[in-house]
Design a protein around this ligand. Sequence first.
Ligand SMILES: Cc1ncc(COP(=O)(O)O)c(C=O)c1O
Length: 472
Amino acid sequence: MPNSWSSSRLDLHITLDAAAGRRAGLESALRQAIRQGRLPAGTLLPSTRGLAQELALSRGTVSAAYGQLVEEGYLTTRPGSGTKVAEAAQCAQAPACRAPAPATPRHDLRPGLPDVSAFPTRAWLAATRRVLTHARPEVFGAGDPQGRIELRNALADYLGRTRGVITTPDRIVITSGHYQGLGLLSGVLATNGTRDAAVEDPGHNLFREVVQRAGLTTIALPVDTHGARVDALTQRTGAVFLTPSHQYPTGVPLHPGRRRRLYAWARSTGGLIVEDDYDGEYRYDRRPVGALQGVAPDHVVYCGTASKTLAPALRLAWMVLPPHLVQPVTRAKQQADLYTETLGQLVLADLITTHAYDRHVRAARLRYRRRRELLLGRLTAHPGLTAHGVPAGLHTLVTLSSDGPTEDELLAGCAQRGVALRGLTELRHDLDGRPQGLLIGFAAPSERAYPAALDALSAALAPAVGAVRQPA
Ligand SMILES: Cc1ncc(COP(=O)(O)O)c(C=O)c1O
């Protein structure tokens, strides 16, 4: 018969075999739970008094069962710390009950990841305390599919001040990451009759796939040293997805002439511009170029994220939408997962309004700028590698010369030395034989780990010897 009991604030579920007798039945049920890994090593068991009460057994029966299992090595007992499942019992009997933590790369130079070891834990804790101290009960109830008004208010001010975005809070929708936002928006466009969407080539493969899965046909928009070739947009193209401040992955900003051409295309065709401003805060040689949205707010969807400024784990991103898209995207968000988790939104709103967010971004900008310089310094030792892009963002693209080692060879060398980064090929829309390359992130390692990561990278790139051409 199954029994649940709670004692010492512990809940546990076991099945007692009535036919086995009271003490033997309890011993056997506990043994089985430990063997199956349902009671992992270190688990504190209920007190003999509590367990006896819950199972309607005598305390002596429970004590005797515990004693027997201590002798057999399943349990340990120490005065003052109660009875626990023994480590040895766990290893011998249920080795697979705890999944190991996933391996993290020894040298993490994956592009696009911030240094999460510098997450502003203290500021986040202080903001959390403020939020919880002042929270009205409704905060813990059902959330708003469009996103908490506190965060939308904070973002409307922040994006206007720092990125030149023109918006009011009612045009913002909060999503669980840009990944989700892009999927929702693409779904709405597909439902409303958009068929063809232009995407940058090369561009982020995951995001391209999101657009395709939503039912849009993606058309490759080639990228050159001036950014996306917007002259290739046609009357038929319903939407264009771009990273204009810092093209992903080449790192070039969209040329001012192309920006103008893009606005003209949107105005004359009614096409929609979707601006992914994923790392717009990080420009190292000058003030960042303002968002496209600030010039044509009725033709542009502006997308931002906390994944690069704070941490991808927060899953907090936002879209600033033209008025006609606010309601359909909010409805799509509600249908997808009701609303984004509320407390994180309130904490982020607090960080932004108290300017702790600005301070964190400014400090990160200084660190990443120095790291990028260190990386480019190292790359000068390798001929056949050409670094691209302006001083910005969290990664650098290097392309390979045709007479040196291939992308696969260099990636294999990196993997051997525990260096994680990405190849350019998988970011191509059309997988033809155009220049191969590597995307090297310079932000993810902690400050302490970064020099060793650069050493390992230099060693892995040794086959590509000589002088790198610096970006213009
Ligand atoms: C080009 C680009 N845009 C946006 C994002 C942010 O995505 P998310 O907010 O889902 O973490 C990333 C993160 O990898 C990215 O590389």
